[in-house]
Write a protein that binds this ligand. Structure first.
Ligand SMILES: *Cc1c(COP(=O)(O)O)cnc(C)c1O
Length: 390
């Protein structure tokens, strides 16, 4: 049998379909086995004691059969292997949601006494809230990218950025930021770009976070989070996951692994439509501004001249709903929903205006999407513009 360690590098599309599944033919199966066991029988409790001691000491992935579902699950671990391969990292650790992933990172660093975080706005609303509220005992300093180096302290455990950022799609120069971080790990939330459009570790980030709920799952039916990183940080995250219990359900692991296999195809197709819609919106007099990242992607943010709430009320094919990354197109008003929890002044200073709409473009026919958007913009143009926020 082929040794996975010596396989020549494969393209992302190939890895998306095969990573984490190399042993299937040897097992005599074609679909990935879904292991729903919470516990595993073992007649060798001396051996289990030694393996548990090793995990407590190092946090390394368990060798041999699993012990208990909160420690390890074979289906979830396939998803972790595959995602690490796509992001080009040594390892990955999957948890119950994107917020559980961020929490695990903060706890992993905080437990070493490194409780200070330097972060750049905008971030996803709940990430902003988790840092601002200090719920996990962290303290945050918000900076512009140029202020990162000066904000770093001896107890800084992480520098946290999103690019393209939720919801404005603002882009950051990860290479320059990684340089400014020095020895402090740079955590890049890569939820919007996915490894199809951007691999942050190649640009100098050391930790890559995903809300797997979005593009990795891709069908709006799984909550999950995952952190791709080096083995040392992954070990710490596994210990945090074991102690705090924010595990990913095996069925979610199964669905996320399946989602990865179509990720490159979905991202490319949706990005093509998103770019086309962004171009039409930019030329449209009913639209005040369009934000579309240089690296592309399936997200479009735009500010309407009329009332954005009327656009939300008027879409018919597009679903008015929070979240993103599904096969169907979703639209939402960040100031009301995804970023509602962020203080109004902070929200506006981060560029999240009250007129901003965030659209996650799916796989529908692009002319059908435009027809729906056009109708919704027409409805909004009949109402006066919102006055507050800029
Ligand atoms: C949705 C989202 C999160 C949080 O993920 P959940 O899976 O909802 O917990 C974190 N970061 C970004 C950029 C997101 O869009």
């Amino acid at each position: 049998m082929e040794n996975p360690a010596v396989i020549t590098p494969r393209s992302l599309a190939t890895e998306a379909v095969h990573a984490g599944r190399e042993d299937l033919a040897g097992l005599g199966v074609h679909a990935v086995p879904l292991d729903l066991s919470t516990t595993y029988p073992s007649y060798d409790s001396r051996g289990e004691a030694a393996r548990l001691d090793a995990f407590a000491a190092t946090g390394a992935r368990l060798e041999g059969p699993p012990v208990y579902g909160r420690l390890d699950n074979p289906t979830v671990s396939r998803f972790e292997t595959a995602l690490a391969r796509l992001e080009g990292t040594q390892d990955a650790v999957a948890v119950a949601s994107g917020m559980a992933a961020l929490s695990a990172c903060l706890l992993a660093r905080g437990s070493l006494g490194l409780r200070h975080v330097v972060a750049v706005r905008p971030l996803y609303g709940c990430s902003d809230h988790l840092l601002s509220g200090g719920l996990l005992g962290t303290e945050v300093t918000w900076v512009d990218p140029a202020g990162i180096a000066a904000a770093i302290r001896p107890d800084t455990g992480l520098v946290l950025v999103e690019t393209p950022a939720n919801p404005t799609l603002a882009e950051l120069d990860l290479r320059a930021i990684a340089h400014a971080c020095g020895t402090v790990p740079l955590l890049a939330d890569n939820t919007f770009a996915t490894p199809v459009l951007q691999r942050p570790v190649q640009l100098g980030a050391s930790v890559v976070l995903h809300s797997a709920t979005k593009y990795l799952g891709g069908h709006g039916d799984v909550l999950g989070g995952v952190v791709a990183c080096d083995e040392e940080f992954a070990r710490r995250l596994r210990q945090v996951r074991f102690a705090t219990g924010g595990v990913l359900h095996p069925l979610a692991g199964y669905l996320l692994l399946r989602g990865l296999s179509t990720l490159p195809v979905r991202m490319r197709a949706a990005s093509q439509s998103a770019a086309l819609l962004a171009g039409r919106l930019a030329d449209d007099p009913r639209v005040a501004a369009v934000h579309y990242p240089r690296i592309g992607g399936a997200m479009v943010a735009f500010e309407v001249c009329g009332d954005p709430h009327e656009v939300i009320a008027a879409v018919r094919l597009i679903t008015p709903a929070v979240s993103l990354g599904s096969v169907d197109t979703l639209i939402q008003h960040p100031a009301s929903i995804s970023h509602r929890i962020v203080d109004e002044r902070d929200r506006r200073s981060a560029g999240v205006s009250d007129r901003l709409l965030r659209m996650s473009v799916g796989l529908e026919d692009v002319e059908d999407l435009w027809h729906d958007l056009d109708g919704a913009l027409r409805a909004a143009a009949r109402t006066p513009a919102v006055t507050s926020g800029s």
